[in-house]
Design a protein around this ligand. Sequence first.
Ligand code: SAM
Length: 259
Amino acid sequence: MGKGKLAKFADMASYPHVFEYPYSVVDEVPFDMKGRWHEDFFRNDHPIVLELGCGRGEYTVGLARLYPDKNFIGVDIKGARMWTGATEALREGLPNVAFLRTNIEVIDRFFAEGEVAEIWLTFSDPQMKKVTKRLTSTYFMARYRRFLQDRGRIHLKTDSNFLFTYTEYMVEKNGLPLEFSTRDLYHSTLAEHPDTEEARILNIRTYYEQQWLDRGLDIKYMRFLLPQAGELSEPEVEIELDEYRSYNRSKRSGLSTAK
Ligand SMILES: C[S@@+](CC[C@H](N)C(=O)[O-])C[C@H]1O[C@@H](n2cnc3c(N)ncnc32)[C@H](O)[C@@H]1O
């Protein structure tokens, strides 16, 4: 039988590579490692890559295996999910993996200016009702800028047409350099070049990704850079909502488009 939540939480509290700072304690407990992840935890100067909303941490662990010369930190608020990746990394003895359990809204409290090289957003909730909750909104981009290197790379892998379309508009409106974009990952680039490094990276499948693939949905992927210069502005566009999300989402607004 699998472990229950309490046993997972106990494991997490004892893991040396897991840092737990949910919103409720973040004001009271100082975080001494801001600006010191290289020196105090990884003990190298390799680039740091975050997976925001990592769930079970498939990308954090999968990328860490592929790139021993980079450091990976999975971030999520759900400890029982994160336990899976954290336990795998520990069992394999991966020295380049950490997990941070916190709310992404306060992510800039944990990293100093320029400390992070790349961000992965994997199957993030599209947050169709509220733009400031969307992880690719300019609200979050402004936060990422506080710790991401100039022209740091952001990867978005998603099933959501809404989130992908919104992000395309956001990138275009702000003139962010777009490195790559596809609306049907597994029937285009990867199928044509299965042996490339890019294919190895993009073939890592997350828990949510597998569920959407099983339903026959196309997986979308884009990669863009976030320069430090220039003011960011929100795109004012109406985007069609993802209808299928109503299957497993309890509340819907009844609208068919959103900004
Ligand atoms: C749809 S799941 C995707 C999980 C994983 N990336 C995957 O593909 O299987 C979204 C994840 O983001 C986390 N999340 C969403 N908003 C968050 C926030 N503001 N702060 C921390 N975690 C958040 C949730 O807890 C959840 O695990």
